[in-house]
Design a protein around this ligand. Structure first.
Ligand SMILES: [Zn+2]
Length: 398
């Protein structure tokens, strides 16, 4: 039974209300290694997820992976022949439909798909640039797709061209880096600003890995879950409105073994099965050997250490998720950003019950990334206008 948080008398939350903003985000993609089937791993699970969201009036923000979408567009006729359907057409149709139902679409990018080639049912990805900052063009400019600015600009344009015909005021303002690889962040911040993106959601407090590439968020220099960054670091707090709004994925440090829940194991087993089957030549495959599931050796090595467990609605039990919300009760001004992956969604009943409980709770409000960002940017602009003008002249001498 869900215990109501009963916080009305104690806290004032986001925008002066007493409601905790809960932002559901879904990484919408196949596998970073190039394997998977769009119909099975993206379209079908997302269809079920969205229908459960609609039932409980919850809004989902779909983090739309544009790198593979571009690749599917380039190889349209070959894929249609091999698969019997067009993956990019399916993704586009589902995104447009989701927006018409009140959900949100924002930018997600795995740069290794830029320039990917498809041959005899297998994808060859550019493994040199899994990290956005490793794109060969560096910071670059808007017209260079193999640069940070160019890739982000193209991603934003793709989503705005896709959605504006059905929602004229739609804007792509939020970004999440593939694999959370948003470091080194100086050029990522500069590229986002140049492309017109206002908010990032790539930081997972406490998360670090060296495989297949390195990223380290173990030293976030603020206690907040949302903050304005400096011009060089996503993990450091700067002046409101000046750089990028960081909306960190909700996480907490816990022993690795603690995260071995049934739903998580099922999702990991499903991923491994798909990747192995694809390498063995069943279904759309990849000639890459980079797996999205850690090896048994890596798991054993990690077992005794603490790790950052994300608030993952595809992997956590309903009970654990409600517990996390209750534990967050003292921080109503800080939103909770939940994450899931369409390819991991196996437990419909768990998600259905969780949303039902949250929907009944009067102290929680579902928000999209767009809604939240718009309000924060507006507040920062107002605060900036209200600030006394900087003194630009020295008092006259004598
Ligand atoms: Zn991703």
């Amino acid at each position: 039974m869900f215990v109501r948080m009963g916080l009305h008398a104690r806290n004032r939350g986001f925008g002066g209300t007493e409601l905790l903003p809960l932002i559901l985000t879904l990484d919408y993609e196949t596998f970073g290694s190039g394997v998977g089937d769009v119909m099975r791993d993206v379209i079908e699970p997302t269809r079920r997820l969205l229908s459960i969201c609609d039932k409980h009036q919850a809004k989902m923000t779909i983090m739309f992976e544009v790198g593979e979408y571009w690749a599917f567009e380039r190889y349209e006729s070959q894929l249609r022949k091999d698969l019997g359907y067009s993956p990019w057409e399916q993704m586009r149709g589902q995104a447009v439909d989701a927006v018409q139902r009140g959900h949100d679409i924002q930018l997600h990018l795995h740069p290794q798909w830029i320039g990917a080639t498809y041959n005899r049912g297998a994808w060859q990805l550019e493994n040199r640039y899994w990290r956005l900052a490793d794109l060969p063009g560096g910071l670059g400019g808007k017209d260079q797709i193999t640069s940070i600015t160019g890739a982000l600009h193209a991603g934003k344009q793709t989503l705005e061209c896709m959605i504006r015909p059905v929602k004229a005021d739609y804007e792509c303002v939020c970004f999440r880096a593939g694999g959370f690889y948003a470091q080194p962040s100086r050029d990522v911040i500069a590229g986002m600003k140049e492309a017109g993106l206002r908010m990032d959601s790539s930081v997972v407090r406490g998360y670090r890995t060296d495989t297949p590439f390195s990223v380290d968020y173990s030293n976030v220099k603020t206690d907040k879950l949302v903050w304005w960054t400096t011009d060089t670091e996503l993990v450091a707090e700067g002046r409101p409105g000046e750089n990028i709004l960081e909306l960190a994925v909700s996480s907490r440090m816990e022993p690795y073994w603690n995260s071995f829940k049934w739903a998580k194991l099922r999702a990991a087993m499903r991923r491994r099965k798909t990747e192995r089957a694809s390498r063995a030549g069943k279904g759309s495959g990849s000639s890459n050997n980079i797996s999205s599931v850690p090896s048994c050796r890596t798991v054993l090595r990690k077992m005794l250490r603490k790790h950052a467990g994300t608030f993952d609605f595809c992997k956590l039990s309903r009970k654990d998720m409600l517990k996390r919300i209750r534990e967050h009760a003292g921080h109503l001004d800080q939103p909770l950003v939940l994450i899931g992956h369409s390819k991991d969604f196996v437990n419909d009943r768990n998600f259905d019950k969780f949303l039902s409980n949250v929907h009944q709770d009067a102290t929680v409000q579902f928000m999209t990334m767009s809604e939240y960002t718009r309000t924060r940017v507006r507040d920062a602009t107002r605060a900036e206008r209200g600030r006394p003008a900087p003194c630009d002249s020295q008092p006259a001498a004598g």
